[in-house]
Design a protein around this ligand. Structure first.
Ligand SMILES: NC(=O)c1ccc[n+]([C@@H]2O[C@H](COP(=O)([O-])OP(=O)(O)OC[C@H]3O[C@@H](n4cnc5c(N)ncnc54)[C@H](OP(=O)(O)O)[C@@H]3O)[C@@H](O)[C@H]2O)c1
Length: 241
């Protein structure tokens, strides 16, 4: 038999929009209290209003996850306002495109600062609480671009490959603490990240995976019996052609 999520506490990075926002709503519908982390305060407050409809507690942490000290402070604040995290959804991410030869070094580095160092900072701040409790769940969102390089996406692909390595090592380190590390590798999901300001015009729900699909998958993973976890998974659209 699986487990109920009701009453647990989840911290979600990148909760202001896209997959993170959908996940916050899906978890709240299961009775999970949520700590919502991102930079855009007004969007986070909109998500708070949405999730509070389901009777859960919600707190926001406004932070750029590339800043180690600010992340540490944000997590401490969330712990005092919401409680210690049972679940961490490492979802915040950024993407840049363009051929490596023509790339902007600052943008290339920034992609790593957010996608790799950001995930490292948040995980590092959250882990002591889970290790103290001797239980926890961490979902790391990598990408199909973390398994296969594509032309014009070197910074994003390299950062997501790095997420794979970090996640695999972390998974091995924390299993003895009953902490499950799930790594997800979605292909294209209809959010601003791939579509930018063309999202509304180009989103075709019959063709593309939606943020809610990923959220539903995460909830299902978290409900698995404590003795099992999905180390790696790939999410593909059935017929995007
Ligand atoms: N959409 C896809 O096709 C796809 C496919 C595979 C994997 N993914 C991965 O899925 C994750 C979520 O992406 P999405 O598609 O939902 O994109 P999105 O709509 O652009 O959302 C990205 C989220 O990350 C947050 N974020 C970005 N930089 C941040 C920073 N420095 N500090 C804190 N928060 C930051 C953003 O919030 P603020 O702007 O408020 O900070 C936003 O909430 C990413 O890791 C992405 O790489 C997406």
């Amino acid at each position: 038999m699986g487990q109920k999520l009701q009453g647990k506490i989840a911290y979600i990075t990148g909760a202001s929009q896209g997959i993170g926002r959908a996940t916050a709503i899906a978890l709240a519908q299961e009775g999970v209290h949520v700590g919502l982390i991102a930079r855009q305060e007004s969007k986070l407050n909109d998500v708070v209003k949405e999730v509070e409809q389901y009777g859960v507690n919600a707190e926001i942490g406004i932070v750029d996850i590339s800043d180690l000290e600010a992340v540490d402070q944000t997590i401490k604040n969330l712990v005092s306002r919401l409680g210690q995290p049972d679940i961490l959804i490492n979802n915040a991410g950024t993407a840049t495109s363009g051929k490596l030869a023509e790339s902007d070094p600052g943008e290339w580095k920034r992609t790593f600062d957010v996608n790799v160092f950001g995930m490292y900072h948040v995980t590092r701040s959250v882990l002591p609480y889970m290790m103290e409790d001797n239980i926890g769940d961490i979902i790391n969102i990598s990408s199909s671009s973390g398994l296969k390089g594509t032309s014009g996406m070197s910074a994003y692909c390299a950062s997501k490959f790095a997420v794979q390595g970090m996640s695999e090592s972390l998974m091995q380190e924390v299993r003895p603490y009953n902490i499950r590390v799930f790594t997800m590798n979605p292909s294209l999901v209809a959010t601003e990240l791939p579509f930018g300001d063309k999202l509304e015009d180009e989103n075709d729900p019959d063709k593309y995976m939606q943020p809610e699909d990923l959220a539903e998958y995460m909830v299902a993973q978290l409900k698995l019996n404590q003795r099992i976890f999905i180390k790696q998974s790939l999410q593909w659209a059935t017929n995007p052609f």
